[in-house]
Ligand binder design. Sequence first.
Ligand SMILES: NC(=O)c1ccc[n+]([C@@H]2O[C@H](COP(=O)([O-])OP(=O)(O)OC[C@H]3O[C@@H](n4cnc5c(N)ncnc54)[C@H](O)[C@@H]3O)[C@@H](O)[C@H]2O)c1
Length: 254
Amino acid sequence: MRFKQKVAIVTGGARGIGAETARLLAIEGAHVALFDLNEPQLKETADSLRIYGNEVLTFIVNIKDRAQVQQAVQQVVAHFKKVDVLVNCAGVLKDNLLPNMTEEEWDCVIDINLKGSYILAQAVEPYMVQKRSGKIVLISSQAALGAKGRVNYAASKAGVQGITRTLAIELGPSGINVNSVAPGFIDTEMSAVSEKFSNKRGIKNFQKVKQEMINSNPIRRTGKPEDIAYTILFLASEQASYITGQTIYVTGAP
Ligand SMILES: NC(=O)c1ccc[n+]([C@@H]2O[C@H](COP(=O)([O-])OP(=O)(O)OC[C@H]3O[C@@H](n4cnc5c(N)ncnc54)[C@H](O)[C@@H]3O)[C@@H](O)[C@H]2O)c1
């Protein structure tokens, strides 16, 4: 029970990697506050977590909206008197090749994936500094290294690594660790979104490309949400208290 009586905010907690992270945190004793836009899915996920016996709060929050984020974080602190862990899993894709990438698609992805990470970190920082402890885990991506049709997404996820390193330096003296996880291809509903966008990325047969990727992956499979969630839990735990500013690639490959 590494998270007994700990309070964790998980954004994007309604489904996918966020929901799995919240589930593992709840199993290990944490009270969790889920931030997401998808109200019905949020309610369903929260109900499924209550069987583990800890408190589960839900907040309809758009993570790119500073006022909404600050208000929700304040409500979490008013209720639990603290926040120990922030995991920012909310994220989006809006793929297109450079000639077709619109400013709206660029802004949407940068605002949610990159600006959202800064807004969330800024919102929890005073409470973590006050008690001189905290763990922040952000989600980058293998796409940070470059991904066709994803100039916006790659920039946002590379930016997350810059935020991670910078906040590790700024917040380390206050007892706060900041790290990120960079997943490879993980089977979630985002992968279905990815398939929908594949034409726009110049990919004609998504399933064939996926199979080729699996065949060339040393572990010979795509990732599961729990592959990422277990890594997040380690980074959010006291076991990782001497690790900060790092990005761990969880891709099934070196
Ligand atoms: N699935 C993958 O292959 C993969 C690979 C690399 C990185 N990632 C990253 O991992 C994270 C989680 O991905 P996932 O696969 O679980 O995605 P997902 O689409 O299954 O879940 C994302 C969740 O975030 C929520 N969300 C989106 N925008 C939001 C906003 N503005 N405010 C609040 N909530 C919002 C959605 O409602 C959804 O519940 C994302 O940051 C994603 O970029 C995923």
